[in-house]
Design a protein around this ligand. Structure first.
Ligand code: CA
Length: 228
C-alpha cells in the first residue's frame, strides 16, 4: 500500500521540493501551510507519517505536535532551523520521532523517512523482556514500571528494547543510530543522548543514578547485566 505523508510547511518552495521528492520515491504526499490546517488534515486523511516544520504561522509546529501526540502514534519528523537547536530537545520531549535541520539534503530526508517506516513494527522472538520493576511487552510495544504503563515514543521504545534485549552489551552512539534510526549522520550522536535522558526520566527511580541504562564513558550505553 502506498504510504501517505502529510507535509506541514509554510515555505512553499521547500514544501514543493519535499512533495516532489516524496512522489518520486513512490509516496503520496499532501501539503498544508499552517498548524490549524495540519490538524484538520491529520484527522481527515490519517497520514502514515507527518513532516512538520517547527516554525509555522498561527499554531506553532510544537503545538501541532503536542495535539497529534495526545491521540496518536503516527511518526513525526520535525524540520528545524539551525538556530533552533535547543528546540530539537523540546521536539523529542513532545514525542517527535526524528528531526532534520534546515538546510537539509533531499537524500538525507528520504533516508530518514524510509527508516522511520522500516522501524515499525519491531519483530522479535521474545514476547516480553523483564528486569525487576521494568517490563517490555514487545508485540504490544508497551513499557511498564511496577505494572504501570508508561508513555514512550517510538524511538524511545526502540532504543530501550535494543539495549534491554542485549544486557551487558556496550552500544556506541553510532551503533545505536545505525540500528534504531537506520542511518548514522555525523553530528547526530546527541540525539541518542537525548533519547536516553528521556528514557531514564521515565524508567529510573533516580535518573541521576540509573539502574537500567548505564553510561559507558567515552563510548555509549549498555543495559545492566541481569545479575547486576
Ligand atoms: Ca516555517
Amino acid at each position: 500500500m502506498t504510504k501517505k505523508i502529510l507535509i506541514v510547511e509554510d515555505d512553499r518552495r521547500i514544501a514543493e521540493l519535499v512533495r516532489a521528492a516524496l512522489v518520486r520515491e513512490g509516496f503520496t504526499a499532501e501539503v498544508v501551510a499552517d498548524g490549524n490546517e495540519a490538524l484538520v488534515a491529520f484527522r481527515v486523511a490519517s497520514p502514515d507519517l507527518i513532516i512538520l516544520d517547527r516554525g509555522l504561522p498561527g499554531m506553532d509546529g510544537m503545538n501541532v505536535l503536542r495535539e497529534v501526540r495526545q491521540s496518536d502514534h503516527t511518526p513525526v519528523l520535525v524540520l528545524t532551523a539551525r538556530d533552533q537547536e535547543d528546540d530539537t530537545v523540546h521536539a523529542f520531549e513532545l514525542g517527535a520521532d526524528d528531526y532534520v535541520t534546515k538546510p537539509f539534503s533531499m537524500r538525507e530526508l528520504m533516508v530518514r523517512i524510509k527508516s522511520l517506516f522500516r522501524r515499525s513494527p519491531v519483530q522479535q522472538m521474545t514476547p516480553t523482556v523483564q528486569f525487576d520493576r521494568l517490563e517490555i511487552r514487545v508485540a504490544e510495544r508497551l513499557v511498564l514500571i511496577d505494572g504501570k504503563q508508561l508513555e514512550t515514543t517510538r524511538t524511545e521504545f526502540d532504543v530501550l528494547l535494543l539495549l534491554a534485549s542485549n544486557p551487558g552489551v556496550v552500544f556506541s552512539r553510532e551503533r545505536l543510530l545505525h540500528e534504531v534510526w537506520g542511518y548514522s549522520f555525523e553530528g547526530y550522536e546527541r540525539s541518542v543522548d537525548t533519547q536516553v535522558t528521556r528514557l531514564r526520566k521515565k524508567i529510573e527511580e533516580d535518573p541521576k543514578d540509573p539502574k537500567f541504562i548505564e553510561t559507558v564513558w567515552g563510548v555509549g550505553y549498555k543495559f545492566r547485566n541481569a545479575q547486576g
